[in-house]
Design a protein around this ligand. Sequence first.
Ligand code: IPM
Ligand code: MN
Length: 330
Amino acid sequence: MAHRIGIIGGDGIGPEVVAEARKVIDAAGVAYEAVPFDLGGARYLRDGVVLRDEDVEAIRGLDAVLLGAVGTPDVPPGVIERGLLLRLRFDLDLYVNQRPFTAGPSALNDGVDMIVIRENTEGTYAGEGGFLRKGTPHEVATQGSVNTRMGVERVVRHAFDLARGRERRHLTLVHKTNVLTFAGDLWERTFAAVAAEYPDVATAYHHVDAACIYFVQDPGRYDVLVTDNLFGDILTDLGGAVSGGIGRAASGNLNPARTGPSLFEPVHGSAPDIAGTATADPRAAVLSAVMMLDFLGEATAADRIRAALAATDAVVGSTPAVGDAIAAAL
Ligand code: IPM
Ligand code: MN
């Protein structure tokens, strides 16, 4: 049966890069039913809809979702991010955010070949906090970080499973245990407990600030990394920058338990400043689609597209021209 794939082009360059990803999937001969959703900042500005319960339920019944980017500058911060993107991550329990990085032609450091596993449903993103006496000289704002044993353990376990299947079998925990002594302690103890079940995987621990140095100066020391939601957000923009541009950074928001669809999206945002100029690199979207095909069991098509991406790695051109080149290489 053909896969049923939700398509959320979104805002800005989102629809432009998703069109190229679909062009490439089509060229690879993958049969799927596209189920489009008109969602994002533009939709919100038009009729006030961010994401309805019925949209979530419709998406829940799909096999996967391919998302371009959402967000427009004229919508207040958080409305689309929390109401659409984070809501999908939370409601669909997409607890793993998997972000691979390999050195591209203009990488700052040739040694990059790593996968960051970012916890995707907890931490500061859980939204714990609030205001007291808002707008007065005595106002207080708190922003908590939620870390559960279950939530940490399942993402750490996913990272160990992934590391076990790779050649180097190496996993680094990234946190800030010297300052975040409660959350960091939970992460460290959980990591150690799970590590005991994976004696074949070598482990390391780095503070997140030190990891920033190594990302730039010596990324070759990393194979798989696992970290919390916010550290993972920041580190993966850096990962994109050092590996040759955020326009090549792909991600999968995964529900490894497969109780529902997983969602695949480029790490980059809607880039309103270049929207409509056809200058966005569609590779991050294409590679996100490759991750989706892998997850759907379409290994042959995924491998073929990966080879086409490698063969066209140096191609420079407009958004559709790069998509055409990848499709032609298939
Ligand atoms: C990302 C993005 C999102 C995040 C934003 C848009 C909420 O930056 O996917 O990395 O912070 O997770
Ligand atoms: Mn981000």
